[in-house]
Design a protein around this ligand. Structure first.
Ligand SMILES: NC(=O)c1ccc[n+]([C@@H]2O[C@H](COP(=O)([O-])OP(=O)(O)OC[C@H]3O[C@@H](n4cnc5c(N)ncnc54)[C@H](OP(=O)(O)O)[C@@H]3O)[C@@H](O)[C@H]2O)c1
Length: 376
């Protein structure tokens, strides 16, 4: 189980608004249809971690909405992506000097994994920003023996000073990150989004992407569980759009960002993958017990799959109702598969030769042979 959780994790307060007591820099404010105070006009947005996978989608959506964006990162990842934007080079680990004395309407914190880093940035920026949005994860929940909603019990860690982010510590450290930022910023201008597996163009993990990429090769293909086996993802564009909506509308509180619980499964994933790659495969469905026996530990190669029993049984039934009520839109998963497949085909061969997740062709053939032998 630990290994399943580790794989999932690597992947990795009710809303309400009080009067704006923060410095409003470039905009006025108005009341939205829910009677909440919304930010209006172009905003100055600081994105901590805007050049990885999810960040660029948020940056583009913010720019599309007419906002201006400043980036803060170390300059290691995709540093030529936004040549026209101001980039403040710095490190969340004791390297925040570039943020001192600067003011922004909004901070989007995409790169907070270590509580001390989040506390440091939130403390430094608190007096100089109007709104702080922290990207967390559904891995914050204590367990997944039941469907979780935003008020479900959260993971804890015995030693809160640990800074090593592993599959075992990730969720509990994100809980502490959420809490540190909240303590510095205050509920009236703080929003937390908790995504599940994020999927779509630009995903460097190849986890959800594997199923589409592999399908394109055709032939016999190992599929885990049954066609009814649940899967939950969030399209990176839907996450980005909801993020900017929260910013625009000053939506505070905590929101799971997931697609509709119970609505997507392995069978639909297979159908989508076949449709977007125009390839038929011959699926070989293998059960949870076989996978637990043969695809565990360091050999584990089936991304975005979790067994439907044990502590992670209901990961994929996390409720997204609160975010949907606040305006999150989920596009059809086929669109996610289609667009990631289009994106994948633009990548150089050295990148696509060996996907970063999933079974190798040899390992898959080995497992299918074992399964057939067992069921002969
Ligand atoms: N991917 C998923 O499925 C998933 C699921 C749930 C939640 N999340 C959450 O989504 C967030 C972002 O994910 P992602 O996949 O977009 O991450 P990512 O691709 O790794 O991007 C990280 C960004 O942060 C910057 N960064 C990293 N370390 C930094 C440091 N020490 N100081 C300053 N900047 C730093 C990077 O730029 P430089 O390298 O140039 O510094 C880059 O811009 C995380 O909070 C994660 O917990 C992800």
């Amino acid at each position: 189980m630990k290994n399943n959780r580790r794989d999932f994790i690597k992947a990795g307060l009710l809303g309400g608004v009080a009067a704006a007591t923060y410095p409003v820099l470039s905009h006025g404010s108005s009341h939205n249809s829910e009677g909440k105070e919304a930010m209006s006009g172009p905003l100055n947005i600081l994105v901590l971690g805007g050049t990885g996978f999810i960040g660029p989608h948020m940056v583009r959506e913010a720019l599309r909405k007419g906002h201006s964006v400043t980036l803060f990162n170390r300059g290691r990842t995709n540093n030529t992506l936004f040549p026209d934007l101001e980039t403040i080079i710095g490190d969340r680990n004791n390297g925040l000097d570039g943020l001192k004395g600067r003011k922004w309407d909004v901070v989007i914190d995409n790169s907070g994994y270590i509580p001390r880093h989040v506390e440091d940035s939130a403390r430094l920026l608190s007096g100089n920003v109007g709104f702080y949005l922290f990207i967390s994860t559904v891995s914050v929940y204590k367990d997944f023996k039941q469907p979780n909603h935003e008020d479900s019990p959260l993971a804890t860690i015995e030693d809160e000073t640990i800074e090593e982010v592993t599959g075992e510590t990730y969720g509990a450290l994100k809980v502490l990150c959420e809490q540190k930022a909240r303590a510095e910023i205050g509920d009236d201008r703080y929003c937390v989004l908790r995504p599940t597996y994020i999927a779509g163009p630009g995903d460097g993990s190849d986890r959800f992407s594997y199923w589409t990429i592999r399908t394109a090769r055709g032939g016999e293909m190992l599929w885990p569980g049954t066609p009814d086996h649940l899967v939950q993802i969030i399209d990176v564009r839907d996450l980005a759009n909801f993020t900017i909506r929260c910013v625009d509308k000053h939506i505070t509180g905590v929101y799971n960002t997931v697609n509709r619980e119970g609505a997507y499964n392995m069978g639909k994933m297979l159908a989508d993958a076949q449709a977007v790659t125009a390839t038929e495969v011959d699926p070989v469905w293998v059960d949870d017990a076989f996978i637990a026996e043969h695809d565990a530990g360091a050999n584990r190669g089936l991304p975005v799959y979790l067994p439907e029993s044990g502590p992670d049984a209901m990961v994929f039934e996390t409720s997204g109702a609160r975010a949907r009520a606040a305006g999150m839109h989920n596009r059809p998963e086929r669109e996610t598969a289609r667009d990631l497949w289009t994106w994948w085909n633009t990548l150089p061969e050295e990148r696509t030769a060996q996907p970063r997740a999933g079974l190798s062709a040899e390992r898959e053939a080995e497992l299918i042979a074992l399964w057939k032998e067992k069921n002969a």
